[in-house]
Structure formats: C-alpha cells, structure tokens
Design a protein around this ligand. Structure first.
Ligand SMILES: *Cc1c(COP(=O)(O)O)cnc(C)c1O
Length: 335
C-alpha cells in the first residue's frame, strides 16, 4: 500500500479517534446469523445507523470541527448539505458551543429544513438549486470568515470516518472483507486506510447504486468525471465527487479493491432484509452491504465479512412502503 503518498495518514485516524471519542458513540458490532449462513463465513454488522444524528457523518463533522483553531471554531462553520452531513454538522457545532450555518435552496422540503433547525443550526434559504446554496456558502466564507466543512473531500473528514475502521478491526480481528457504502468516498477512504494500515490483506469493497455512481465512473475514467444524478432509494449516495476532487478520488483509487453496483430492486431487498431479519431500520444507503450479499455479488473467499449499516434517516412512510414490497415505488424511482 502506497500509504505515505496519501493525503491522510493512519496516525491521523488514530488522532481523530482520540479527539472525537467523548463526542460520538462507539456503535455496536453484531453478528448476523442469516447472512453468515448465506455466505458460509461469519458476517458482522457495524450498527452505525445507531450513531447520534442517525449516521456516521457525525465522526467526520466532529473531527473537522475540533481540528479548527479555537478562534475559527468560535466564528462558526458553514455547509450546503441538507442530508446527513448537514444534520451531523448542526449537532456537532451546537454540542461544541458554536453555530453551524446550513445553506439550502428554496426547493428543499419543509421537514428537512425543520429537522436541521431542530438540531440547532442557523438555516439560510437561498436560490433554487444546490449550486446556488454552495455559492452562498462561499460568500459566507469570504464575508464573515466562517469555516467551510465539506461533506467528504477533506482530510479531517476522511480521518473522522476512518475511526469506524479502527472499531471494525477491534471487533472482528480476523475480518477478510469490509463492505462500505460509497458516494463521495469519505467513508470508504477512511475505513480502507484504517483497516489496510493494520492488515494490508483485508479487502475493501465499495458499494453503490447503478444510477448515478460518480465515483465508479471516475475510477473507470482515471479522473474525476461528472455524471447525471438520478433519484434512488439510496438518496444519501447521490451527488458528484467534484471535478476538483483532491482527497477521496486518489484514496479510493489506491485503496478500494472493487466497486459493486446495485439496482433499485436490490437496494429495496436489502432494506427489507435489514428490517425483517436483523430487526433494523436503515435507509437505502445503509442497506447496500446487505443488498450486495443478497444479490450474490460478494465472494467472501472463505474469510469473515464485516459491513457497515451507515444510516437510518429515511422517511418512515417510504420505509413502510419498501418493507411492504410496494413495487410501484421502484418504478417511480426508476422514472
Ligand atoms: C454520506 C453517506 C454515505 C456515503 O459516504 P461518502 O463518504 O460520501 O462516500 C453512505 N451512507 C450514508 C447513510 C451517508 O449519509
């Protein structure tokens, strides 16, 4: 592993673990009898959807916030995410006695706006697109000196997400394969560096949806590329990796052994299995590891498998329809 050339180090992940330990939960790691039987090797689930704010994003957000010089931290942080990163940053800022400003477009649904406000953030509504919101972020960085905290392409974010990898190796020392949900690649970069620094022969496989897999397209092209975004049950995996990506593309290129793509029906089956067999409520992005196993797309090569249930922030009406097997939902999403 060409670890010395990467923008994040194993020491950086260990430092992140110390920095955030009092601020995030050490989530449980649970065996899955049903998936173990299916693969004929032990399969363990990292129940990270039980993390405070409902996803692993709190790890990176806390590490980025606590890595800022105190004066900067006090001035506040800013981001354009309305999803799990926005929630995590809102919570982390409030917990550290500062304020997160979350910029969002007028098209963001009221319930999402209310949720981010409830977590203590200042919400700034502007324009009609994610790009408009991002321009507002840049304005606040210039005018008010707020610190921008990006959702994945940042060394402190990657190091924070990597703390999950340390816990997985602690809880399953003989793990052979780790399945990681993949979007911008902050989670996959951090977890892969954490586990491979300890045991270089652990395989790390990124899992994402067929529709709009920006990191997969970029890895295939050998450089960051843009692809059209499409609706998916795994909405937390949407969005591009940024044409100017400077951290996660090179790390995923160096550290991921494979990337597996899933259809909407396969993701739905993963959510159903999580609910019915594991008794866990997970969002689409959080179910892709289970989904990949059920789809027969994982060969464990005779060694134990760990997978990350990365989040649970799903609209409960949508979740009910998925676990009830409403197939018109998949057609809606496939439109
Ligand atoms: C953000 C997110 C991911 C993907 O993480 P990246 O670092 O962008 O690859 C996966 N699952 C959930 C629940 C998320 O919120």
């Amino acid at each position: 592993m060409s670890g010395s050339l990467l923008p994040v180090t194993f020491g950086g992940i260990e430092a992140a673990a110390r920095r955030i330990s009092a601020h995030v939960l050490r989530t449980p790691f649970a065996p899955s009898p049903s998936l173990s039987e299916r693969l004929d090797v032990p399969v363990g689930l990292k129940l990270e959807h039980h993390q405070t704010t409902g996803s692993f994003k709190l790890r990176g957000a806390c590490n980025a916030l606590l890595s800022l010089p105190p004066a900067e931290r006090k001035r506040g942080v800013v981001a354009a995410s309305t999803g799990n990163h926005g929630r995590a940053l809102a919570y982390a800022a409030k917990a550290e006695g500062t304020v997160a400003t979350i910029c969002m477009s007028r098209l963001v649904p009221q319930n999402k706006v209310a949720e981010i406000r409830r977590l203590g953030a200042r919400v700034l509504i502007t324009g009609t697109s994610q790009d408009d919101a991002q321009r507002e972020v840049e304005k606040l960085v210039e005018q008010d000196g707020l610190a921008m905290v990006p959702p994945f392409d940042d060394p402190a974010i990657v190091a924070g997400q990597g703390t999950l990898g340390l816990e997985i190796v602690d809880d399953m020392p003989d793990v052979g394969t780790v399945l990681v949900p993949l979007s911008g690649g902050g989670l996959a970069s951090g977890v892969a560096l954490a586990v491979k620094s300890q045991h270089p022969d652990i395989r790390v496989i990124g899992i994402t949806m067929e529709r709009g897999a920006a990191m997969k397209a970029s890895l295939d092209a050998g450089r960051p590329v843009e692809i059209a975004e499409m609706p998916s049950l795994a909405d937390s995996l949407g969005g591009g990796i940024g044409l100017a990506n400077h951290v996660t593309f090179s790390m995923c290129q160096a550290l991921l052994d494979d990337v597996i793509l899933l259809s909407e029906a396969e993701i739905a089956a993963g959510m159903q299995h999580a609910y019915a067999l594991e008794r866990e409520i997970v969002e689409g992005a959080g179910a892709v590891g289970i989904a990949a196993i059920l789809a027969g797309k994982i060969d464990p090569v005779g060694r134990p498998v760990a997978l990350i249930l990365s989040g649970r922030n799903v609209d409960m009406d949508l979740h009910r329809r998925v676990v009830n097997g409403e197939t018109d939902l998949l057609r809606e999403n496939a439109a």
